[in-house]
Ligand binder design. Structure first.
Ligand SMILES: Cc1ncc(COP(=O)(O)O)c(C=O)c1O
Length: 457
């Protein structure tokens, strides 16, 4: 029995299957990574089009981050969260300044480990300010898998076995223009969806407002500007501004979950810059530390998070203020300052999109191809270009993972991410430093595996 087979037998016996590892049968053991590439134990190379769900935006084993980590290891590697380090203070200032430069708003930052925990903290922040934490969220939303975050994540599948969720969000249809939930066409809809949201506040019988007092049942709206897990669907121009207007009119807090779309994924540091909106609360995680440390956090407007509103001890976690994460967060800001991602992501994102649209001419199964920056979607369909095809998506993903394709860059496979309301969307999120030649390589492999999958299905 090979070492690999032995390890896999041990995995089957000793590891819980309750995470998502066994979505990918047969399992592979990954051993190395560098820049845009990952290697498995058998020496196969993969072009990474997923960046660990957008948590390695600045490339695998980027030396700048390794140096920062090593520097911090030489100083102080961990400390009880009740004590403070220089790195925490500096990172907080950098985040506050970055938000203030976009929105003009002053605020403070609060940390945790992992996106869902930061979402839970946001729910607490809302509750301490408004007396409860009932919220709006979108159909297709994904805010994480803690009990709190699951209540505002739309999939019932994530809640079905875990008790009652009395604080479950009030879910609103997302403006998913390729499959408009209201059956409209974008060119002539005049943002009918935004009007439908506003309509909820017209009378008490729409179930969200008491017009006599102006009280609303939901205190906040959790928004992904570009839906992540639901298939990289960007809200259409003007929609989020309209939503923000309605929320402000009714004193409902706007919470932007930028955990996946932050850190230049859409071409700007924070995705709100692409949509012209300003949140009351901003949540971030993933690439805050480029995947070297599970750090997350939230920024909130001063009037919500000042100590009298979010008092000492409101939340706590052993690792929430850990110095390694803080130093890496600072490194992220230093790194971003040295790069010109605003130009590069716009340029390479549109190059990738153009190449995909060329391919779409040959493959009607690529029903929708769209993107914002380097958050790019390919919605896979039947030959009619519209009926969702999860089967074709899964086949392409598996072929790309299992079979090497000869390219100018050597034999390569692909790490692809699948999302979407119908689990039929490739959500492409390569490390941001991807260049034209790697995009070309991706297209060669994707085309070959798509051709094979169509022939075989
Ligand atoms: C938009 C969004 N919010 C929250 C989360 C949860 O983050 P984590 O997996 O770090 O708990 C994710 C993870 O994919 C996400 O994409």
């Amino acid at each position: 029995m090979t070492d690999q087979q032995q390890l896999l037998e041990m995995e089957a016996a000793y590891c819980s299957w309750g995470d998502t590892v066994h979505y990918n049968e047969p399992l592979k053991i990954f051993t190395e990574s560098e820049g845009l590439y990952i290697k498995d134990a058998e020496g196969n190379r993969y072009l990474d089009m997923q960046s660990a769900y957008g948590s390695v935006n600045f490339g695998h084993r980027n030396q700048f981050f390794i140096d920062a980590l090593q520097e911090q290891l030489g100083k102080i590697h961990h400390l009880a969260s009740e004590y403070v380090t220089r790195e925490k203070i500096i990172l907080s200032k950098l985040i506050c300044q970055s938000v203030e430069s976009v929105t003009g708003e002053k605020g403070r930052v609060h940390y945790n480990v992992g996106g869902a925990q930061a979402v839970d903290d946001a729910l607490k922040l809302i509750a301490t300010n408004r007396g409860h934490r009932r919220a709006f969220a979108f159909e297709g939303s994904y805010h994480g898998r803690t009990i709190g975050a699951s209540a505002i994540t739309s999939s019932y599948r994530y809640r079905s076995r875990f008790g009652s969720f009395t604080d479950r969000a009030h879910f609103i249809p997302f403006p998913y223009c390729f499959r408009c939930p209201f059956g409209k066409q974008r060119e002539e809809c005049d943002l009918f969806c935004a009007k439908q949201f506003e309509r909820l506040f017209e009378s008490e019988y729409q179930a969200v407002i008491d017009p006599r007092t102006g009280a609303t049942e939901c205190a906040a709206f959790f928004v992904e500007t570009v839906q992540g897990t639901a298939g990289y669907i960007a809200a259409p121009d003007g929609y989020l501004q309209e939503l923000q207007r309605v929320l402000r009119e009714h004193n409902i807090l706007l919470v932007i979950d930028d955990i996946q779309m932050g850190f230049y994924r859409t071409g700007t540091l924070w995705s709100m810059e692409r949509f012209g909106i300003a949140p009351d609360v901003l949540i971030f995680g993933k690439s805050l530390t480029n995947g070297l440390n599970p750090l997350s956090g939230l920024w909130a407007r001063e009037e919500l998070i000042a100590p009298e509103h979010f008092p000492i001890g409101s939340t706590h976690s052993t690792f929430s203020n850990n110095p390694l994460g803080m130093r890496l967060g600072v490194a992220t800001f230093e790194w971003m300052q040295q790069q010109d991602y605003e130009t590069h992501v716009a340029e390479i994102g549109s190059y990738l999109l153009d190449k995909l649209k060329e391919l779409q001419q040959q493959f009607p199964q690529m029903g929708d191809v769209d993107g914002l920056g380097l958050a790019v979607r390919i919605e896979m369909c039947e030959e009619d270009g519209f009926t969702p095809s999860k089967e074709l998506t899964d086949t392409v993903k598996q072929l790309a993972l299992d079979e090497s394709v000869p390219t100018e860059d050597g034999d390569l496979r692909l790490i692809l991410d699948v999302g979407g309301h119908y689990k039929n969307v490739f959500t492409l999120a390569p490390p941001l430093d991807i260049g034209r030649s790697e995009v070309d390589t991706f297209i060669v492999i994707f085309k070959q595996q798509l051709t094979k999958a169509i022939r075989g299905t």
